[in-house]
Design a protein around this ligand. Structure first.
Ligand SMILES: Nc1ncnc2c1ncn2[C@@H]1O[C@H](COP(=O)(O)OP(=O)(O)OP(=O)(O)O)[C@@H](O)[C@H]1O
Ligand SMILES: [Mg+2]
Length: 307
């Protein structure tokens, strides 16, 4: 049963419900003589899952760093719900954009729960003095933060690990903990930098489900990933970055079929997605094998392998 949410009479953030949660305009990042990102425009709407793909060194992470204020772009602007963001990470988070990192960044010696509570910090209004004095207002906020943090751990499947040290989690769960921590700031847009890197196929599938659930709960997602099956299954739209420039942008079908993308990145056919010719070849070989078997075997039919 879908729950009915009533829109507030006056939205907390400017714009309509359709106002983009990201408008990157002409974002350029130069490091000395190297232009890592060149004049990239990208828009993400609420309820969208957008993929950002491209070869190693294409500038994907650098672009994320520009979006989140870790880098001040050499040129261009980044806006959240039509408000241009200052290039300061804490202000970007407070505005409504959260992220995870390609190289996991957790507090290794803190518990799983504490890591999420750190992410919650930007959303609680308790200042330093309230925390130091530990007055009732602080305790109330703390209880609510813990409740929300536990909810996010359940959402990401980590609630039973709440008291473990982050460093003792398997790699795939550390990636999920990073997602839980990012969600703790109640973002309108979540940026994921290679969320399935190092995951086994099973973990990758649960991450796919998780990203859908995040979007369904009202957080748009922009995701960098090299796993093409993951990207093309998941994304409403995909942008391809090659040598710092946006080469193509469109639906999964458009991007997969684009000659330039195939030449620059995907190759033909790309891993895990056999083309029609390949499928026909395999089917012909199987038919041939069946025919041979039918000719040599006498009556008995063994169980068919379904792979
Ligand atoms: N801080 C920096 N100083 C100088 N050069 C940098 C810096 N960060 C990135 N670069 C360069 O910018 C280019 C883009 O790197 P970036 O890490 O953004 O690529 P990427 O698309 O995320 O690659 P990958 O898929 O391997 O993660 C690379 O040539 C990289 O060496
Ligand atoms: Mg990267």
């Amino acid at each position: 049963m879908p729950t009915t949410h009533h829109a507030p009479a006056t939205p907390a953030t400017p714009g309509t419900p359709d106002t983009p949660v990201l408008t990157a305009t002409g974002v350029t990042m130069r490091f000395g003589g190297l232009t890592a990102v060149h004049a990239v425009d990208l828009t993400v709407h609420p309820n969208e899952i957008v993929g950002l793909i491209g070869p190693n060194g294409a500038g994907k992470t650098t672009f994320f760093n520009c979006l989140t204020g870790l880098y001040r772009p050499t040129e261009g602007t980044v806006a959240y719900r039509n408000t241009v963001l200052p290039p300061k990470p804490h202000l970007v988070t407070r505005a409504g954009i959260a992220r995870t990192f390609q190289n996991i960044r957790l507090f290794a010696n803190m518990t799983v729960l504490e890591n999420v509570l750190v992410g919650r910090h930007t959303r609680t209004h308790e200042g330093l003095f309230a925390a130091l004095l530990r007055g009732p207002r602080f305790h109330r906020a703390e209880t609510e933060s813990t409740r929300r943090a536990m909810e996010l751990l359940a959402f990401t499947g980590l609630d039973r690990k709440a008291e473990q040290l982050a460093r003792n989690l398997p790699y795939g769960e550390q990636r999920k903990l990073e997602i839980a921590r990012a969600l703790a700031s109640d973002p309108g847009l979540l940026l994921l930098d290679e969320p399935t890197a190092g995951m086994n196929p099973q973990e990758t599938r649960t991450t796919e489900t998780l990203v859908h659930a995040i979007r369904d709960q009202g957080t748009a997602v922009l995701v960098i990933e090299h796993d093409m099956r993951f990207i093309f299954n998941l994304c409403d739209r995909v942008a391809v970055l090659v040598q710092g420039e946006k080469l193509v942008e469109g639906t999964s079908e458009t991007v997969q079929a684009d000659e330039r993308v195939i030449a620059a990145y995907l190759g033909t056919p790309f891993d895990d997605a056999p083309g029609q010719e390949e499928i026909a070849e395999v089917e012909a070989a199987e038919a041939q094998a069946d025919a041979t078997r039918a000719g040599t075997e006498t009556g008995e039919t063994g169980p068919e392998e379904e792979r």
